[in-house]
Design a protein around this ligand. Structure first.
Ligand code: SF4
Length: 94
């Protein structure tokens, strides 16, 4: 287990996706510089610029680390909360 990469450890996590409640909502028209910051910072790679240069975001793979909230606050992140009870990420290797 000690020789596993971060990506290998994350690959065994399980996600209980709450299809009825987006625990993070984003402003796709926010400052492009702040969006670019989140593209680099989100450890799950959920902030992505598509081929049209627009932000795509999917909360389904969120690790609930709070980095996007701290790094961009309300300039990109319109709302942030933990998923409802029993939902969200289930870490398996810490
Ligand atoms: S809380 Fe962490 S993993 Fe989830 S979207 Fe924000 S930066 Fe990415």
């Amino acid at each position: 287990m000690e020789d596993m990469t971060v990506e290998q450890k994350l690959a065994v996590d399980k996600f209980h996706v709450d299809e009825e409640f987006a625990h993070i909502e984003v402003d796709k028209d926010a400052d492009p510089a702040m969006i670019a910051r989140l593209v680099k910072l989100c450890p799950a790679g959920l902030y992505v610029i598509d081929e049209n240069g627009e932000l795509t975001f999917d909360y389904a793979g969120c690790l609930e680390c709070g980095t996007c909230l701290v790094a961009a606050g309300d300039t990109v992140v319109k709302s942030w909360s933990y998923p409802r009870g029993g939902m969200g990420v289930e870490f398996r290797l810490g």
